[in-house]
Write a protein that binds this ligand. Structure first.
Ligand code: HEM
Length: 75
């Protein structure tokens, strides 16, 4: 997901808000987004109150980066 454009993965019906967000997922964009998805992408259908803890955000990024663009765990 990191390095890709928001709302562009095949096989999922994203909201117009996510498709038109213009976001490119990098560390800073993700950290900003996950603190409050609905502020960053008004109209998103992702219902999540947000995560503020910096350590947990860093852990989440590390977790997500384990997976390649196909969702497979890299070696
Ligand atoms: C820490 C937990 C979560 C993380 C890291 C996360 C991350 C993300 C990211 C990065 C996207 C954009 C994907 C893309 O651009 O392809 C997304 C979309 C989405 N997520 Fe989450 N999410 C979390 C929790 C949740 C929860 C709890 C729900 C539902 C109960 C949810 C539902 C969705 C939905 C429906 C979308 C599509 C949004 C749209 O099209 O507007 N997510 N999520």
């Amino acid at each position: 997901m990191i390095g890709q454009k928001a709302g562009t993965r095949d096989g999922y019906g994203y909201s117009a808000a996510m498709k038109e967000s213009g976001l490119n997922w990098d560390d800073a964009t993700f950290a900003d987004y996950i603190q409050n998805p609905r502020t960053k992408v008004p109209g998103t259908k992702m219902i999540y109150a947000g995560l503020k803890d910096e350590k947990r955000i860093a852990d989440l990024l590390a977790f997500l980066k384990q997976f390649d663009a196909s969702g497979n765990k890299g070696g």
